[in-house]
Ligand binder design. Structure first.
Ligand code: AMP
Ligand code: GLY
Length: 423
């Protein structure tokens, strides 16, 4: 079979490596992929948002099955366009991808169907938003309605900060049209859990839970990033929590989407917070998380392509999805300075005795064959072991064997999860 994967980060590399385990797979094209993914797929310089280009390529190459991984093309209707051209594809259609594409939509959906989430108000004009901020509880959370490269959420510790956030989104338009409408919501506390799931619109099958580390610096300090590392499973996601999530969140969400005429087929990501009052939805994503995928897929014992095809065709069953009892840890190696400014173009080298898995996120292959850094998050080093402690220790041992100038990584990925396990 000839496959196509849209996207070009660490998540896509993890998806591609897993898809390659299926013996019927002959070729995988990554659009656009990256210099590291090039070791596992044929990278073609067509951008993930170039829907027309993607469809044209898929038709010309007679692609048997496509996987659309990033949020932008999904929200733009890439899966609809591929299917209309006769190419079967994994991922929600445009109508369903709105669950991530519009925070106003997802908050209203949760309210309408009684799905637990933070209380909120929607604002379409700056004046009313600012006047609401005069009296609302602080801290508060301001969210741009649309996609904002994962940066559209501001947690305001003071009224001043909250006002500045509203002005920057609604007046200065730092996130463009994404900030024309905003959600202001209650600040919740508790451990966070990411749960990716496969759903074909009829059933929902959760994958192993995971924990992201979004802040740039150790101790969860510093700026928000795309994710500096992950572990799976997440110790806060106990059997009891999982049962409640299925009953109160996962199934009601699938049902709600169906009732709205927006049946969701693909990977639905539940960003959860385990509060004193039970699990609540912080956000939905209409896709695999990055870097959650880098720890979740290595633990999947079943065939990813089979699951994806069944999901797309509406014939998913629970027994198709089996996870190992092991643990995994991903340490992201970034360019010093990320998520602000950083230098790139440094050669990446890996010692011969490296034993983990490398998922490349930001790299470029030069004409002479050397692979050089080409982004903020450069790569993820992943280890899978029997226990979480072993996985974390092993990932850090392997990190020592990967080299590039200016490399930066957090030293405490998994520390919080390990501490929670000991409690
Ligand atoms: P998001 O961009 O939606 O993933 O949000 C980024 C991060 O902001 C989340 O992972 C949470 O840590 C935090 N966050 C979002 N909404 C809330 C909330 N209502 N209360 C507390 N923290 C939040
Ligand atoms: N790791 C969070 C996300 O993919 O949105």
């Amino acid at each position: 079979m000839k496959l196509l994967v849209v996207g070009g980060g660490g998540r896509e590399h993890a998806i591609i490596k897993k898809l390659k385990e299926n013996k019927n797979v002959e070729d995988i094209f990554a659009l656009p992929g990256n210099g590291g993914i090039a070791a596992d797929a044929t990278c073609v310089d067509i951008g993930a948002k170039d829907i027309e280009g993607i469809v044209k390529f898929a038709v010309e190459q007679k692609i048997d099955f496509a996987v659309v991984a990033p949020d932008d093309p999904l929200v733009l209707g890439c899966v609809d366009a591929l299917q209309e051209a006769g190419i079967p594809a994994f991922g929600p259609n445009k109508a369903a991808a709105i669950i991530e594409g519009s925070k106003v939509f997802s908050k209203n959906l949760m309210k309408k169907y009684g799905i637990p989430t933070a209380q909120y108000e929607v604002f379409t004009d700056e004046k009313s938003a600012l006047s609401y901020l005069e009296t609302c509880p602080i801290p508060t959370v301001i969210k741009a309605d649309g996609l904002a490269l994962g940066k559209g959420v501001i947690i305001a510790e003071t009224r001043e900060e909250a006002k500045n956030a509203v002005v920057s989104m609604m007046e200065e338009k730092i996130f463009g049209e994404s900030g024309s409408n905003i959600v202001i919501e209650e600040f919740l506390t508790g451990p966070e859990v990411s749960v990716l799931s496969f759903t074909d619109g009829n059933i929902v099958v959760p994958m192993v839970s995971s924990m992201d580390h979004k802040r740039a610096l150790d101790g969860d300090k510093g700026l928000n990033t795309g994710g500096m590392g992950t572990v799976a499973p997440n110790p806060y996601y106990t059997k009891d929590v999982a049962d409640r999530c299925m009953k109160e969140i996962f199934l009601p969400t699938i049902e709600a989407m169906k009732k709205e005429g927006r049946e969701f087929r693909g990977c639905l990501y539940f960003g959860l917070m385990i509060t004193e009052n039970g699990p609540k939805v912080i956000e939905y994503n209409c896709r695999f998380g990055d870097p959650e995928t880098q720890v979740v897929l290595p633990l999947l014992d079943s065939d990813l392509l089979d699951i994806m095809m069944a999901t797309a065709e509406g014939r998913l069953t629970e027994d198709m999805v089996k996870f190992a009892d092991d643990s995994a840890c991903c340490v992201v190696m970034a360019s010093e300075g990320y998520p602000k400014s950083y230098e790139k173009g440094f050669p990446i080298t890996v010692d011969d005795d490296f034993e983990g898995t490398l998922y490349i996120a930001g790299a470029k292959k030069k004409d002479d064959g050397t692979v050089v850094t080409n982004g903020g998050r450069v790569l993820g080093v992943v280890s899978r072991k029997t226990t979480l402690k072993e996985a974390v220790d092993e990932a850090y041992r392997q990190v020592q064997k990967v080299h590039f100038e200016n490399a930066y990584y957090r030293k405490d990925i998994g520390a919080r999860a390990l501490a929670a396990k000991e409690k």
